[in-house]
Design a protein around this ligand. Structure first.
Ligand SMILES: Cc1cc2nc3c(=O)[nH]c(=O)nc-3n(C[C@H](O)[C@H](O)[C@H](O)COP(=O)(O)OP(=O)(O)OC[C@H]3O[C@@H](n4cnc5c(N)ncnc54)[C@H](O)[C@@H]3O)c2cc1C
Length: 459
């Protein structure tokens, strides 16, 4: 542990705040999005700029402190914090710069996706992200990045053009196709294993208003809906994205009162094609079966991106398990229906996100993200505000996962792994790319300085 004089010296050096136990706002600062995570770092550095990050890394190395990197703090496994170590909190490094001519956006390492959508939407453009606007750009991107635009534009990493990175030895480098291409390859899926990314540059797409929103069906129709969905989705153009879900209808508008708190299934659609073709595109979808709720219509991209924000504010208890899926068999449908009908609390859910379309046309060795041939990633999400329900939501999530795992592709999206799943799961997730990742880790971080992550151990 560093002595008080060393801590005081670091504090004096930083532009951002350095918090430690006993400081009035330490309790608030140590919280991450998932309230099930209860870690007590020795120090939390609210880094204001790249210089602060470099000072923190050098300090931690010299004082043998464990380091956790915090972007948006959303990681389900709580990898944005640690006990007794130094949290490099990037949240103050929040800036965005859109180049409308080049169609790029450069964002600070502490931005959330809401920050990015706000900056790009005014130019009528967007880059692919996740489905909740409070998620950090950092963790989501470095793990891959799946969302409403996956089929149209690929994963977030497929749109990453360049990154600024502070390495374990405190040096600053750029990673892109020309500079440090090996590092650039590894960053695109390899998580926070290689350094602290202080800035990301993404490609933008002319996406402004989509035709989007949820369609909900009765639970009794779930098997029929899921069987129809599994056939339909891979056959439709990339313009149409839709993830299947089980949800309890929230007791609030815009949902009709008679459906409040009812368990239902549905598809959350996002159509990026020409708006004047939207009604026609949705004709066969609406003809398949009349949904009990149809909230699909024109929607600005940031509205779609923040649609789930109110339902899932920070501070809930989260536990999830996940897998990649190649096909949804009849047996898998039966298990989904069984567990979907048993959502244990109002916030619990299951999402099946498509990862085909543009994401599947990137080669599996082009980036570190290996499962390019899988068609979906499914995640069984146990969520509740009350810690008293933790056992219930964890047990449901694990049982659901165990029932579906035999029908899966055998590995999971790294950003949906928990921290109790073991090293073998991480290796499986990277598959053939794992050895190459180990070699790059050994080059850039031979001491495994960055190890609060889904860890790639150096050789
Ligand atoms: C409510 C919710 C919704 C989600 N929805 C989606 C979704 O739609 N699509 C999807 O793909 N994922 C989704 N996720 C998963 C999400 O991608 C991961 O949880 C991700 O780790 C969150 O990133 P963060 O920066 O907020 O996390 P943090 O907890 O801040 O960081 C997680 C880890 O990422 C690494 N990291 C973060 N920032 C940096 C950086 N700048 N430099 C280096 N390493 C860094 C570190 O290793 C860190 O330990 C969701 C998660 C939640 C909780």
């Amino acid at each position: 542990m560093p002595d008080d004089a060393a801590v005081a010296a670091l504090k004096a050096t930083l532009r951002g705040r350095l918090l430690q136990p006993g400081d009035p706002d330490y309790g608030e600062a140590r919280k991450v999005y998932n309230a099930m995570i209860d870690k007590k770092p020795r120090l939390i550095a609210r880094c204001a700029d790249v210089a602060d990050v470099i000072h923190c890394i050098n300090f931690a190395r010299k004082n043998h402190l464990l380091v956790a990197i915090r972007g948006g703090g959303h990681n389900g496994a709580g990898l944005g914090t640690c006990d007794d170590g130094l949290v490099i909190d990037l949240s103050p490094i929040k800036y965005t710069r859109v180049d409308p001519t080049a169609r790029t956006v450069t964002v600070g390492g502490g931005c959330t996706w809401g920050d990015v959508d706000h900056a790009t939407h005014v130019f009528g453009m967007a880059t692919p992200s996740g489905i909740i606007s409070t998620t950090g750009v950092g963790g989501l991107t470095l793990g891959g990045g799946i969302g409403h635009l996956t089929r149209k534009c690929g994963l977030s990493i497929d749109n990453l053009i360049s990154a600024d990175v502070v390495l374990a030895d405190g040096s600053f480098v750029k990673a892109n196709a020309q500079e440090n291409p090996d590092l650039f390859w590894a960053l695109r899926g390899g998580g926070g294993n290689f350094g602290v990314v202080t800035a990301f540059t993404f490609r933008l797409h002319p996406i402004d208003t989509l035709y989007a929103g949820p369609m909900l069906y009765e639970l009794s129709e779930a098997a029929e809906v899921l069987k129809w969905y599994r056939q339909l989705l891979p056959s439709v153009p990339d313009d149409l994205n839709g993830f299947f879900a089980f949800h309890t209808v929230p007791p609030a508008p815009p949902f009709p009162e008679h459906l409040h708190m009812k368990k239902m299934c549905g598809v959350v659609w996002a159509y990026t094609g020409p708006l004047d073709k939207a009604e026609e595109t949705f004709k066969p979808i609406r003809a398949f079966k009349k949904p009990a709720v149809d909230l699909v219509g024109p929607m600005p991209h940031p509205a779609l991106q923040s649609m789930f924000d109110t339902l899932y504010p920070p501070g809930l208890q989260w536990y999830w398990r996940a897998d990649f899926v190649n096909e949804i068999s009849d047996e898998a449908v039966a298990q989904h229906v069984r567990f979907g009908a048993a959502l244990p609390t109002m916030h619990c859910t299951m999402h099946l996100y498509p990862i085909d379309g543009a994401a599947s046309r990137v080669g599996k060795t082009d980036t570190a993200w290996n499962y390019r041939r899988a068609k979906w990633t499914q995640v069984m999400v146990g969520v509740d505000p009350d810690p008293a329900n933790n056992e219930k939501i964890i047990s449901w999530s694990k049982s659901y996962y165990n029932a579906l795992h035999p029908y899966s592709a055998g590995a999971a999206y790294v950003n949906f792994l928990m921290n109790d799943e073991g090293q073998e799961r991480v290796k499986k997730t990277y598959g053939d790319n794992y050895e190459r990742l180990v070699a790059i880790k050994t080059k850039y971080d031979p001491e495994n300085f960055f190890r609060v992550n889904q860890n790639i151990q150096p050789g």
